[in-house]
Write a protein that binds this ligand. Structure first.
Ligand SMILES: [Zn+2]
Length: 349
């Protein structure tokens, strides 16, 4: 018997339709609840819109280069350095990636990793090396803190790509946050894991993964030990991709292969985004366990968009103030569309 409840409820509503001589029209949507966290989403496939004509114009990208503090001619003059007892070299570098403190920190350890010397990298051109080196240099900094202050075990690597997602600069960069307690969403996950363990006696992530593989409707595939799935109750208007790092309890357990596998998987997803003219997303990779409640490292990835024609935000009162998400695509449909990209065996960059 299934251990995990995938709660979904169909809701019907009616109106007289001005597009059909005011005949009665029935519309149907779905309420879904995430079993682990209780997160509620409302799936409205009739709300789906393609993005094709609303990509950021080239002249905007070009103009943004002028004052970019992350471009190679400015980065070393305009970005902060680490204090010398943390990193005497000031900034930590690996390949093209450069790690340094955030100028506007919102946590004691809050850093930026500039991924590349290129000001804009289109989503389908981000290479495995660029991603891997960015993640590795972030992990190097996290490791330094772990040795220095082991109590600060809750860390995340985050990415706002392009302004639609809250990204302040086009130049590709990720951010690291390290704290002594989990952020609210991670706390909910840990509470869910604890409750599940107490009630069912097993490990939620493992049961969830096996069940999704068996169901097959939302499971994308794996790279090494890393599994990619579509969230049942998504957190974004265009759905959500969940990444599970099986057998990896903490960020510090991740090895080079894991970062390469994650990067390969992300590249496939980015190619899908590009094909859909989706040019923006949020990504967060979470790590940190509660006492006696182990988790796996996991990530959430949500595509982001502006609604045409007025560049309307995809976050409205429902998400901002009611904590529920209106999603314009069914997770199962998103999975079907993404799968061909995930399974193509073409050599990746
Ligand atoms: Zn730049």
């Amino acid at each position: 018997m299934s251990k995990i409840e995938f709660y979904q409820k169909e809701v019907k509503t009616w109106f007289l339709d001005p597009k059909d001589s005011f005949m009665e029209k029935e519309l149907q949507f779905e309420l879904r609840k995430d079993f682990l966290t209780g997160h509620v989403s409302r799936i409205l496939p009739f709300r789906r819109r393609k993005q094709s004509e609303h990509e950021t114009p080239l002249e905007v990208l070009e103009a943004s280069r002028k004052d970019c503090p992350f471009c190679p001619d400015k980065i070393f003059g305009l970005t902060p350095k680490f204090v010398s007892d943390f990193a005497p070299e000031g900034r930590i570098r690996r390949g093209k990636a450069v790690l340094f403190p955030n100028s506007f920190p919102y946590s004691r350890y809050n850093w930026v990793v500039v991924l590349s010397d290129e000001h804009v990298i289109p989503l389908d051109c981000i290479s495995k090396e660029i991603l891997r080196d960015g993640f590795l240099v972030a992990q190097e900094g996290i490791e330094k803190v772990r040795l220095k202050e082991p109590a600060l075990q809750y860390c995340s690597i985050n990415w706002n790509y392009f302004p639609q997602s809250g990204g302040g600069l086009f130049h590709p960069h990720i951010q690291v946050v390290i704290e002594g307690s989990p952020t609210s969403s991670h706390q909910k996950v840990l509470e869910g894991l604890r409750k599940y363990r107490k009630e069912r006696g097993s490990f939620f992530w493992e049961d969830y993964l096996l069940e999704e593989i068996q169901i097959g409707k939302r499971y994308l595939g794996k790279q090494g030990k890393i599994h990619f799935l579509i969230a049942f109750s998504p957190r974004g208007v265009l759905g959500e991709i969940v990444v599970l790092f099986s057998e990896r309890g903490l960020m510090s357990d991740l090895i080079m292969d894991d970062w390469e596998d994650l990067s390969q998987g992300l590249i496939k997803i980015f190619r899908f985004f590009k094909s859909q003219s989706i040019e923006s997303f949020n990504l967060a990779i979470f790590s940190g366990n509660d006492e006696g409640v182990p988790s796996w490292v996991y990530a959430r990835l949500c595509p982001r968009m502006y609604f045409p024609p007025w560049s309307t935000s995809d976050i409205n009162y429902f998400e901002k103030l009611h904590d529920e998400v209106i999603c314009g695509v069914t997770p199962e449909e998103l999975c079907k569309e993404l799968q061909p990209f995930f399974h193509e065996n073409k050599d990746l960059i």
